[in-house]
Ligand binder design. Structure first.
Ligand code: NAD
Length: 492
């Protein structure tokens, strides 16, 4: 990287300096180097973006859907052409490995692909003769100006859960990316700038809480999408709703997997290692708790300990590295103190990843994989999202007891079962209170054409991101009842 520079906003099709004066540094978590300074944009910046979006809206909604999607085909092509360069930026600002960064961008591009189907997906339905000579039609129309507020852990993918569907449906869209990782979207918006979209259809305002509050309060903004931690999701849902906005808010997680004695133990431990320690555990679909049933305990514990100790931790740009840094020094400190809390609450520390230093990257924020055994289900830590490479193990005697432990979680983002029994799998998917379910799968991430269905404290709202839910969220339904008496046609 060259000298750290000050980042701009993208408003009305122009790169625009923030009207505020406050900037904060963006660090590379593996090296602690400052990569850029990001503005904490003000209410005036948000107002400028909202006004530009509103100005563009009438023309954009009248643009045929078949024309709107041509911009998305071009967008997909540009994202693919620049995928490696975007992924490198993600690794540098977010800490994950290059393979993980490439993978998340691919999952984002899948959403662009699905949104190109909008001419079919956005169709309504109708029925002739609901009464004699009267027809009824349901039409979908765009909502207007919409905004999304996104977290640090998937800088490339999560904004793309929203942007493509929003604009394909004829809305004008404003993004507020995480101030911890703004560079990935800066590069993506340089590509968006090449699309030739009408000014104001897509904007980006960088910033933190003040910027978010301005989006939540702005009268022109009709809908808010949010992904981040549960306390902030709850706050945003409440404030958006109080301002009469439609909101979909995805929160945090503490995902449990259950391992039955009939599971293929080699495959199970390989998959759970990846889902617990991939992205350094900073995934809302990371496995945080693994409960073994009966005889699964011994072999699972031994294999997981071995895998945790072997994981190659370092700078994500190094191709040998399997796990990168965590996002900030505060995050490292928080994870390490939660590990200590687990020990104080009676857990056995099977593998301790604290006090890690990586040769050549001594200033980076690294925590190695950690295993806590026998964490009491009623302990505070059992209910706390750690968001780091820490897996807690629990052991019970039957599937009922395991499901009861799983369902006690306040979160409901994901739950997985490892087994070769179809009956156990059916019982699990029927009884478990979580939205994304995996059977012999470690990260049950829905494809773009299915909704991302967190439950309980992992989601606030009705319509989820992705799939048909995205079309529901980004459109208003209008029902038209028409009477055309038959005798009128006889005059022609
Ligand atoms: P965060 O809640 O700290 O921040 C998310 C966004 O909200 C950022 O853009 C930030 O600027 C803004 N924000 C932060 N505090 C705010 C406040 N007080 N008022 C208004 N806005 C505020 O989350 P994070 O640390 O960036 O991301 C990690 C969290 O996101 C984890 O809890 C993780 O589980 C969750 N997450 C959930 C999903 C999901 O699909 N459910 C996906 C990814 C991440």
């Amino acid at each position: 990287m060259t000298q750290p520079h000050q980042l701009m906003n993208y408003i009305a099709g122009q790169w625009t300096g923030s009207q505020g004066t406050e900037y904060i540094p963006v660090h590379n978590p593996a090296t602690n180097e400052i990569m850029a300074h990001v503005p904490l944009s003000t209410t005036n910046d948000v107002d400028a973006a909202a006004q530009a979006a509103q100005k563009a809206f009438d023309g954009w909604r009248r643009t045929p859907a078949t024309t709107r999607i041509q911009y998305l085909f071009k967008f997909k092509h540009l994202l693919e052409e620049h995928a490696d360069e975007i992924a490198r930026l993600t690794t540098q600002e977010c800490g994950k490995t290059l393979a993980e960064a490439r993978g998340e961008l691919l999952r984002g591009i899948e959403n662009v692909e699905v949104a190109t189907g909008i001419p079919s997906l956005m169709q309504g339905y109708n029925l002739e003769d609901i009464a004699s000579g009267i027809d009824e039609h349901m039409l979908r129309q765009p909502v207007g100006v919409v905004a999304a507020i996104t977290p640090f852990n998937f800088p490339g993918m999560i904004p793309l859960w929203f942007l493509p569907y929003a604009i394909a449906c004829g809305n004008c869209f404003i993004l507020k990316p995480s101030e911890k990782v703004p560079l990935t979207m800066m590069r993506v918006f340089e590509l968006i700038d090449q699309l030739g979209l009408p000014p104001g259809v897509v904007s980006m305002v960088n910033g933190g809480k003040e910027t978010v509050d301005a989006l939540l309060d702005h009268p022109l903004i009709r809908a808010i999408s949010f992904v981040g931690s549960t306390p902030v999701a709850r706050y945003i849902y409440g404030r958006a709703a109080a301002n009469g906005k439609r909101a979909q808010c995805q929160g945090g997680a503490k995902n449990t997997v259950i391992v039955l004695p009939d599971a293929d133990m080699e495959m199970t431990t390989r998959i759970i290692t990846d889902s617990s320690f991939g992205c350094a555990g900073q995934r809302c679909l990371a496995t945080s708790v693994a409960i073994t049933v009966g005889e699964a305990k011994k072999e699972f514990r031994e294999r997981m300990s071995e895998a945790a100790l072997k994981r190659n931790v370092g700078y994500g740009l190094d191709p040998e590295v399997e796990m990168g840094a965590v996002i900030t020094p505060e995050s490292k400190q928080r994870i390490e103190s939660l590990i200590q809390q687990g020990v104080s609450e009676g857990a056995d520390l099977l593998v301790d990843g604290r006090d890690t230093s990586i040769k050549g990257y001594e200033h980076g924020y690294f925590v190695r994989p950690t295993l806590l055994d026998n964490l009491a289900p009623q302990s505070d830590l059992a209910r706390t999202e750690i968001f780091g490479p820490v897996l807690s193990l629990g052991h019970v005697q039957d599937l009922d007891a395991a499901i009861e432990m799983l369902n006690a979680s306040p979160y409901g983002n994901m739950a997985c079962l490892f087994t070769s029994s179809g009956a156990a799998a059916r019982k699990f998917r029927y009884e478990v209170r979580a939205g994304n379910i995996g059977i012999n799968v470690g990260v049950a991430a829905p494809m773009a054409f299915f909704p991302f269905t967190g439950w309980k404290d992992s989601f606030f709202g009705d319509m989820h991101a992705q799939g048909r839910d995205a079309i529901e969220f980004y459109t208003e339904k209008k029902v038209v009842v028409e009477r055309w008496p038959r005798e009128w046609s006889r005059t022609f």
